[in-house]
Design a protein around this ligand. Structure first.
Ligand code: SF4
Ligand code: SF4
Length: 389
C-alpha cells in the first residue's frame, strides 16, 4: 500500500489546509531555506517561495524515517529537544514528520531493538541516522555497549542503510567531554569513522534544538544535507561567531570589560572577554537564535561563552581565563555585524520567532495535541581501532 504523505498524515489528524500553509512558512524559516536548490526540487516552478517549496515536499513525501542512536554522552541534546523553545515544532518534527526509533526516548528492551531492525530493513537507503554521543574506538568499542553490541558495530550496522548521518552535539561531532584529555576510551567524532556516507555536524553542548530539527527538515525537504563549513557544520547556523551577534559587542568595541563576575562592569553588562569569553572564536547561532523561547543565551545572562561548538572545547585553554584582545582573529566578522544579521540566519530567525510569537501557533498546537570533517580527535579508522585497542 502506498505510504501516506506527510500532508495526508497531518490532515487526518485535523490540520486544516490554511494551518498547513502557515506551518510550511514556519518550517521554511526554521531551516533557513535558500532559494537556489528549491527550483530543482519543484521542477517547473522557477521562483517558488520557501513556503511553497516546503508545501510541495510535505504533500508529496512520506514521513522521514529517523534512527537516533546514543553513545557516550549525557543525553543533553535529547533533553534539550524535549524541552525545546519551540516544543510544539520539535514534537511535530519528531512525531509527525519523522522518527521511528530513538534509543533513549523509546522504552528499552528487545521490542525497541526489534523496531530499530525493522526500520533499518524497511527504509534501507532512505532513513537518516542521528547520532548523539561520541563513538569510542578503544578496545574495539567495548566501553559503550548497547543490547550486547559494541557502539562500533551499532554504528556500522546503522550507517550501512542510512541516506545521511547527522551528528548532534559536541560529543558526536568532535568527541566532546568523553574525548577530553586523557580520553581513556578514545572517543572521537562520527565523521572520523564514517567516510562513505554524507555526514553533518551539529556541535554544541547541547546542540541548539532548532538547529538539529532545522537540519532534519532541510534533508526532508531538499533531499540532501545543507552546505557546511570545513568542520561539517551547516553554514546557515554556524556561519558567524557568537561575537558577531553579541549584544555586549559595543562594550567590546569601546574597550569596556568586566574584570570579575561581581564588579561594576559586570553589573553594567560589559564585555566578558577578560573573564574567558570564547565568543570571538566560536561559531554557533546562540546569539542570533537564543535559547528558551528567545529569552536569553549564556553571554546575555552573564556567563562567558565556553566555545562548546568547537573541537577540543573542554581542553582548549581552560575556562574563565582572560585572554589578550590581540588573540581575536582578524576573520572575526566585524563587517557582518555592521551589515546586520546575515540573510540565511535571518531567515531561520524569522521562522523561529514566528513560531515563538504564535503566528503558527494554531497549526502547531493542533498537531502537538495528538500527537570530516576535521575533528579534534586524531582520525581513527575502525581497522586502526582494532590494531590500537
Ligand atoms: S568577547 Fe564575548 S562577551 Fe565580549 S562581545 Fe564578544 S562574545 Fe560578547
Ligand atoms: S554561548 Fe558558547 S558555550 Fe554557550 S551554548 Fe552558545 S556556543 Fe556553547
Amino acid at each position: 500500500m502506498k505510504e501516506k504523505t506527510i500532508y495526508e498524515h497531518l490532515r487526518d489528524k485535523g490540520l486544516s489546509r490554511r494551518d498547513f500553509m502557515k506551518l510550511c512558512g514556519t518550517i521554511a524559516g526554521m531551516m533557513g531555506l535558500e532559494f537556489s536548490p528549491p527550483v530543482k526540487a519543484l521542477g517547473k516552478l522557477a521562483h517558488p517561495t520557501p513556503a511553497e517549496v516546503v508545501a510541495r515536499a510535505l504533500t508529496t513525501k512520506p514521513k522521514l524515517p529517523i534512527i537516533w542512536l546514543e553513545f557516550q554522552d549525557c543525553a543533553g541534546c535529547s533533553e534539550a529537544i524535549s524541552r525545546s523553545s519551540s516544543p510544539s515544532l520539535a514534537k511535530l518534527v519528531l512525531n509527525d514528520i519523522a522518527i521511528e526509533y530513538h534509543e533513549t526516548l523509546m522504552a528499552a528492551g528487545s521490542q525497541a531493538e526489534k523496531a530499530k531492525e525493522e526500520c533499518m530493513e524497511k527504509y534501507r537507503g532512505k532513513y537518516v541516522l542521528v547520532v548523539e554521543g561520541s563513538p569510542t574506538v578503544a578496545d574495539d568499542g567495548i566501553y559503550c555497549v548497547v543490547a550486547g553490541k559494541s557502539n562500533l558495530d551499532l554504528l556500522k550496522e546503522a550507517t550501512a542503510g542510512a541516506a545521511a548521518v547527522i551528528a548532534t552535539g559536541n560529543c558526536a561531532s568532535f568527541g566532546g567531554i568523553p574525548g577530553a584529555n586523557p580520553n581513556p576510551t578514545r572517543a572521537c567524532g562520527v565523521a572520523d569513522l564514517i567516510k562513505d556516507k554524507p555526514v553533518i555536524n551539529i556541535p554544541g553542548c547541547p546542540a541548539i534544538p532548532e538547529v538539529t530539527t532545522g537540519t532534519i527538515l532541510y534533508f526532508l525537504i531538499m533531499g540532501e544535507l545543507p552546505k557546511t563549513d570545513h568542520l561539517l557544520r551547516p553554514l546557515t547556523f554556524y556561519g558567524h561567531t557568537i561575537h558577531d551577534h553579541c549584544l555586549r559587542r559595543p562594550f567590546y568595541e569601546a574597550g569596556k570589560f568586566a574584570e570579575s563576575f561581581d564588579d561594576e562592569g559586570a553589573r553594567k553588562g560589559y564585555c566578558l572577554y577578560k573573564l574567558g569569553c570564547k565568543g570571538p572564536t566560536t561559531y554557533n547561532a546562540c546569539a542570533a537564535l537564543k535559547w528558551e523561547q528567545g529569552l536569553s543565551y549564556p553571554v546575555q545572562s552573564g556567563h562567558p561563552c565556553l566555545g562548546c561548538s568547537e573541537p577540543h572545547f573542554w581542553d582548549g585553554g581552560g575556562f574563565y581565563q582572560g585572554q589578550s584582545a590581540a588573540l581575536i582573529p582578524p576573520e572575526s566578522k566585524t563587517t557582518a555585524v555592521a551589515a546586520g544579521v546575515g540573510v540565511a540566519i535571518g531567515a531561520a530567525l524569522a521562522g523561529v520567532n514566528a513560531a515563538k510569537k504564535g503566528r503558527a501557533k494554531k497549526a502547531l498546537t493542533s498537531i502537538s495535541a495528538v500527537g570530516p570533517g576535521e575533528s579534534g580527535a586524531k582520525p581513527i579508522s575502525q581497522s586502526e581501532s582494532k590494531k590500537e585497542g
